[in-house]
Design a protein around this ligand. Sequence first.
Ligand code: 5GP
Length: 198
Amino acid sequence: MHIGKPLILRGKPFVISAPSGAGKSSLISGLMDRFPDRLAYSISATTRKPRGNETDGLHYFFKSLEEFRAMISANELAEYNQVHGNFYGTPRGPLDALLGNGFGVILDLDVFGKVNFDKVYPNAIGILIVPPSAGELERRLRHRATDDEATIELRLRNARDELAFAEEHGKYEYTVVNDDFETALEELIAIVENEMQD
Ligand code: 5GP
């Protein structure tokens, strides 16, 4: 019996943050494809409605506000935050199981969630993905066309706030500029590969 001893976690959490429009989702997919046996993705719970072909239990666990609140009360979330008017959080159980099995775990968290996550998982490696410029970010957000004008405006405002916050308070060991996708992907892969060797 080990009273008060922390669980020994062998895997490593990698927190990837970016303002929306920085190209994070495609980079994460490319990264996961490169290390299918060593990396796992932490599926977040959210109160946001599914977009396009998003699948419950694959992209997110889609929850009602009541269900999400119940997860908070039961202490089932390692961290949570309100982003763009919806709640997002990291289920603790699956994450600890993956880490305990030695996986590198990729988490897609907003910059505020990352600060809270660090309090519980101080060994997390932070990777911030940034667009090459503010103008390019706006162009990409508009090009995506899945959101209405008000949502685009909100996301643009949030993107500026998030980048400012990350610069001031975020603990990001690495920053990847997503100008050319393939270059950014190779950079991301090299970072994760290198960190998993430690
Ligand atoms: P989207 O709605 O575009 O899928 O995600 C919006 C934002 O929520 C992104 O910035 C993403 O990083 C963040 N996010 C997704 N899952 C989580 C989570 O579990 N916790 C936190 N704090 N943020 C999350």
